[in-house]
Design a protein around this ligand. Structure first.
Ligand code: SF4
Length: 371
């Protein structure tokens, strides 16, 4: 296999998100009609009276424009963003400010075919739907509301009918991994833009579920890296950044150079991770490096999101993978990957530690016999 040393030695300027994130996840509310087992937000049936008001939300949109050009993309999430009475207004106002918007609605009775058509008419870029099993038994068991599996497929069909691009998010855990083949087969019958495999992190209600072992994760990611080449939709991962290292290893084994990989579509998403290209804003206005790394760096009610993202100590540290600890700090792939900072924090309390889901041993840490 060609030698991958030196990947981290060239700073990929396009992937250094010091100036602005590529994506802002904005949790409009924590109200939601579901009670999913893995919910990061530990969503509640009713809106919190302290969630950002419409005026505060509009002020936040003004602040976001301070990132300049190119502007970050805003993903409006929750809870269930459809529970915000001012949702349509916020979408329109974001677009007026030059911000691209996507939506992550929960599948509840609020997501009717008519509402889907209304959302499409608002000209948002995409929606995401969560589908965690290939059948009702698997999916509804996680979502804890019977009928959600059928309703999700109906929402997917409704989205297809109005030409709305859809990303499917699927939870990957020790117990759901064996269902991925059947899920893939199911999704090929629909028009899906992207399939995101979300590798569970034990935060919120997710602590009730079990993450897979690093070896199982490596096998799973390697398998889907291969299958992704023939898939009718893009397959990406969430909180399993080592998928990029695995993709790069595959391409290098096929003779591609580092430069060729960096200039190919395969490098899409390289470098993006919690705090580097991503920032999360909670329904209360707390800014955190991601939704799964619940360490607030400040609140948008008191300080501009631009300042919080660019200048706070934790955010800056998360953009310096060469200073990460353990294997992730020494890894020759860390500018492309960098590991899940959220999982590192969940497992060790330190977001700069090694991602415990990745078994990779960097070249500089190998025994001579391993090299
Ligand atoms: S050791 Fe860390 S940086 Fe290297 S591939 Fe694994 S998760 Fe990524």
């Amino acid at each position: 296999m060609p030698h991958p040393a030196g990947i981290g030695s060239v700073k990929p300027v396009n992937w250094a998100y010091d100036r602005a994130p590529m994506i802002i996840y904005w949790e409009l509310t924590n109200a939601c009609g579901l009670a999913c087992q893995h919910c990061r937000a530990t969503a509640q049936p009713d809106p919190d009276p302290h969630e950002l008001s419409t005026d505060e939300a509009l002020a936040l949109l003004d602040d976001i424009t301070g990132f300049g050009d190119p502007a970050p993309h805003v993903i409006m999430t929750g809870g269930d963003p459809l529970r915000r009475a001012d949702l349509d207004q916020l979408i329109v106002e974001a677009q007026k400010r030059g911000l691209g918007v996507s939506l992550a609605p929960a599948v509840t009775p609020l997501l009717t075919a008519e509402r889907m058509a209304e959302i499409k008419a608002l000209d948002i870029q995409a929606i995401s739907l969560s589908l965690d099993g290939s059948c009702a038994e698997h999916h509804d068991g996680i979502r804890q509301v019977p009928g959600t599996f059928d309703a999700t497929l109906q929402a997917l069909a409704d989205a297809n009918n109005v030409g709305m691009p859809v990303q499917i998010n699927t939870l990957v855990t020790d117990t759901t991994v064996h269902d991925l083949d059947a899920m893939y087969e199911l999704l090929t019958h629909y028009d899906v833009m992207q399939w995101s495999l979300f590798f569970l992190i034990s935060v919120g209600r997710g602590t009730q579920l079990k993450e897979m072992s690093p070896e199982e994760a490596e096998r799973t990611l390697t398998k889907w890296s291969q299958r992704g080449r023939e898939a009718p939709f893009r397959i990406k991962t969430t909180e399993a950044m080592q998928y990029r290292r695995i993709n790069a290893e595959r391409l290098m084994a096929a003779g591609k150079t580092r430069e060729q990989i960096e200039n190919s579509p395969a490098s899409r998403g390289f470098g993006i991770r919690d705090g580097n290209g991503i920032v999360f804003i909670s329904y209360l206005g707390d800014a955190t490096p991601s939704g799964f790394l619940p360490i607030p760096v400040g609140n948008v009610r008191e300080r501009s999101i631009v300042d919080l993202y660019r200048n706070t100590e934790l955010m800056r540290a998360l953009r310096e993978p060469e200073h990460f600890k353990g294997r992730c700090g020494a890894c020759e792939y860390n500018r492309w990957c960098g590991g899940s900072r959220s999982r590192a924090a969940a497992w060790t309390g330190d977001p700069l530690e090694t991602d415990p889901l990745c078994p990779y041993v960097p070249q500089s840490m190998r025994e001579p016999s391993m090299a």
